[in-house]
Design a protein around this ligand. Structure first.
Ligand code: B12
Ligand code: SF4
Length: 525
């Protein structure tokens, strides 16, 4: 096959950036798959350039890059920037390929703007695309492997891509690793509920850790596993076999129910410094986080005790919440979350707005069928800037007011300071301080949306699903944030068919039937 010039672009953020927070955090949002695709392309004999776009790169230099094919990875929040990049490169005859969460969630839309859109991808998929490489100006081609890859290029093969991304920020320099794909649980809102759990080869992980020990004095590894705790003992064995105590620090996402004190002791001994457990709704019963039938304030107390126990062993804990769930009513769940914030001063609370990402999950089909999903532009779909699901038990104004109030409460000077003190003034304290200030500003953003619901006659009809006319606020906001990428958007890019899943539920499937389906265990892993 001809040797091709390949540019791999990981959009770790949605637009050009300026803030200190973005400089520190964005490089740590880099994904594994673009690095894996770059490594595979090299193994296949192509000339590869990899760029992690963190919002600070020189766009002119990036766009001037001579290449035959452009691979882009995008979350939905970066979809518009991805479309703009694709448009500009296609005008120069470059073939463009999209992969990642946006491609899996909104393939029918992405196909309007890319020559190829990928679901699951392995080395063969990439090879097939590179062998074919045909321009498809009207509608791209959907390609997917039958399942998640059974192995991925290790840290050594990805090292130069990791190092170039780490070099963009001075503090954390997180090395992304992954030990498994899919999840054995079946939370109806989750993209991995339909993907069978499979560990990646343990020998590869050992090799990765050994390699890393030769590169950095005390590296930090971020595990990208959807649910790290599933085969807990196996992974702990791998680390204990390979890593001398304290030489590597780790962070991971895991459901709270998997974090018993026994396990936490082992995690601490093995260098785990960060955990991101999901907290379910205060009003749902069940075994999800081992709170049994506890409800409301009882559950807040139980979860707070559990999270404080995690904090006794792991210094960095981010507690993930979802705001605007169907189980929430009035201000009660918000008030309960405030009590949690009071009872767990050391945990960083992350508030995600309930979002239905296209075809990500079975629940989204039900929401689309019930006319509850809105055509909010992709740019705002990051679980922070907008919810695209009409709330069941709230008016929009109440939801935005309560969310703004919760953010202001959780990230007020007093609570940021309490968190700083509870985090004992070290690196964790500093990271939480910077993140806390950024989160406080989002309170102002939600208040602004709330005010627009009163003052902008287009806002309420749009958010209530009575009109598809996009309020001017959204357009102005995107234009201001996207800068030069806004002018490069292809026609029709800012709107999408928000009920495409309902129209054709079986299209673009990336999973076969599961062998088993245990019940839901955690809201956000
Ligand atoms: C680990 C993780 C993170 C990590 C690492 C993120 C990263 N850059 O990879 C952290 C904590 C940093 C993170 C941050 C965020 N995350 Co996150 N995260 C996940 C999680 C749990 C696992 C993703 C993963 O790595 N899977 C393993 C890989 C191997 O599988 P895969 O992603 O399916 O990839 C396959 C294909 O998509 C394809 N592919 C993937 N990338 C590429 C790239 C190319 C070029 C090609 C060709 C193919 C390809 O090949 C892979 C193999 O088949 C998922 C939820 C889940 N359970 O999956 C959410 C998820 C991806 N995150 C989500 C969100 C919303 C976010 C944030 C916006 C949250 C926030 N408000 O800050 C940020 C955005 C970060 C960014 N880069 O823009 C959403 C994305 C929805 C969407 N459509 O955008 C998900 C699906 C969770 C959800 N709410 O449903 N996240
Ligand atoms: S939310 Fe977490 S526990 Fe539930 S299916 Fe997804 S990854 Fe698994």
């Amino acid at each position: 096959m001809n040797r091709k010039r390949v540019l791999v672009l990981d959009l770790a953020t949605r637009a050009p950036a300026k803030s200190f927070y973005a400089r520190v955090m964005n490089p740590n949002f880099a994904s594994i798959m673009p690095q894996a695709v770059a490594a595979w392309c090299e193994e296949l004999g192509h000339d590869v350039t990899y760029v992690c776009y963190t919002g600070f790169e020189d766009l002119d230099a990036l766009l001037a890059h001579e290449t035959d094919v452009l691979f882009v990875q995008a979350f939905t929040r970066s979809a518009l920037s991805a479309y703009a990049f694709s448009n500009l490169f296609r005008q120069r005859g470059v073939i463009t390929v999209l992969g990642g969460p946006h491609a899996r969630c909104y393939p029918e839309d992405a196909l309007k703007h890319f020559d190829y859109v990928l679901g699951f991808a392995d080395k063969d998929t990439i090879d097939d695309v590179l062998r074919e490489l045909e321009p498809r100006p009207t509608f791209g081609r959907w390609v997917s492997a039958a399942q998640q890859p059974t192995s991925l290029p290790g840290v050594a093969a990805r090292w130069k891509f990791i190092a170039s991304t780490n070099a963009k920020e001075p503090f954390l320099k997180i090395v992304p690793m992954i030990g498994s794909t899919g999840c054995p649980y079946t939370c109806s809102f989750c993209i991995d509920a339909a993907v069978e759990y499979r560990p990646l080869p343990y020998d590869q992980l050992r090799e990765d850790l050994r390699f890393l020990l030769t590169k950095r004095r005390r590296p930090i590894v971020g595990w990208h596993d959807p649910n790290f705790g599933v085969r807990f003992d196996d992974y702990m064995d791998v680390i204990e076999d390979t890593v001398p105590r304290g030489r590597i620090r780790f962070g991971a996402e895991s459901s709270l129910s998997l974090l018993s004190e026994e396990r936490l002791k082992r995690l601490r001994a093995n260098g785990f410094i960060g955990m991101l457990p999901g907290i379910e709704s205060w009003f749902e019963h069940g075994a999800k986080s081992k709170t049994g039938r506890a409800d409301g304030m009882d559950k807040v107390r139980q979860i707070s005790e559990h999270v404080n126990m995690v904090l006794r062993h792991i210094p960095y804990v981010q507690a993930n919440f979802v705001v605007g769930l169907d189980g929430d009513r009035g201000s009660e769940s918000f008030e309960l979350t405030k009590r949690f914030v009071d009872l767990c001063p050391g945990a960083f609370p992350a508030f995600n707005l309930f979002t239905a990402y296209g075809r990500a999950a079975a629940l989204n089909l039900e929401l689309q069928r019930n006319d509850r999903v809105l055509p909010i532009p992709f740019f705002f779909l990051d679980s922070n800037h907008a919810s695209n699901v009409r709330p069941l038990n709230h008016e929009w104004q109440d939801l935005y007011r309560l969310t703004a109030d919760l953010l202001r409460y959780s990230f007020s000077g007093k609570r940021v300071w309490r968190r700083f003190a509870a985090n004992r003034f070290g690196m964790v304290a500093r990271v939480n301080y910077v993140r806390g200030r950024a989160a406080y500003k989002r309170g102002g953003y939600h208040s602004h949306i709330n005010a627009l619901l009163e003052s902008d006659p287009h806002m309420r009809p749009f958010l209530e699903g009575r009109s598809n006319q996009l309020p001017g606020f959204y357009v102005q906001y995107m234009r201001a944030k996207m800068g030069p990428l806004w002018d490069a958007l292809p026609p029709g890019a800012i709107s999408h068919d928000h009920i495409a899943f309902r129209k054709d539920p079986d299209a673009y499937r990336t999973v076969g039937p599961r062998r088993r389906a245990p019940r839901q265990r955690a809201l956000v892993a």
